[in-house]
Ligand binder design. Sequence first.
Ligand code: CP
Length: 335
Amino acid sequence: MGVSLSGRHFLKLLDYTTEEIEYLLALAADFKNAKRMGMPHKYLEGKNIVLLFEKTSTRTRCAFEVGAMDLGMGVTYLEPGSSQMGKKESIEDTARVLGRMYDGIEYRGFEQEKVECLAENAGVPVWNGLTTEFHPTQALADILTMREEFGDTKGLKLTFFGKHAGNVADSLMIICAKLGINYCSCGPIATGEGATSYDPEFLAECERIAAENGCTITVTDDVEEGARDADVIYTDVWVGMGQPAELWKSRIALMSPYRVTSEVMAMAKPTAIFMHCLPSFHDTNTTVGKEIAEQFGVTEMEVSDEVFESKQSRVFQEAENRMHTIKAVMYATLK
Ligand code: CP
């Protein structure tokens, strides 16, 4: 029987089977091809969606907007602080209002329970554009990028450098486990300020899924073990959106040994690529980058500028793929 995702929410990858994820990836590749060929695909003309952002965004917002417009839909963007949600109106009530006006709702914000609550009450598909716990549309784009590079991804090794756990890392761990990709999390195994660790139940669940799909999950603090035989070296910022700026000091101290440098890339396979969800602090050409340099004397953080700009870097292809994969999610759930 074929896969049908019509009417489904897209809240976290644990809710999706391997077959359903494969379906979305194939659909995204088809949409990318259609766009490249200039083939119109306004399959959802007459529908409207709303983008509810409680945090800032470049890629996710633009991917939803352009994806929706390519599909022929109307889009409303509610920027952080511009709706009544949370302040004067509960999430339940917001969901019931928006669900009567729109065919789909995207949410970016804080706790996963908020997007789950929207989904329970909206009566239309709700898509997670990033919560504190998960970033599922990012992981879909990451795998599409890997497939474009390597073809089959089963049996490859992806190593995430930096802090254990987090919305991007956790979503990658799930999707790798579901698709038979060996996942390695390489960062400080520490306690105290700035330290992070996996929720044991979540880790056990991912290990169980990985075993079912013939791959492994490894958690290590050994840079060489992390990089060795890796096909993909991945990293993310050391202090995430919505986390306090005071964390920078402890995070820089803890995470600096895990910066992705040319030396790290040289330990991976010669064919290895570098990936990052972006935005990235690889130089001082940002306000935050400048402040960190002035305060801590660090001019590159999670990745060196050399690696970011290298031939091995796929970060902008990955960013473009946000749009194709998000389009696939919207189409599959709204058609
Ligand atoms: N990777 C990502 O989610 O980017 P934005 O924060 O710009 O949406």
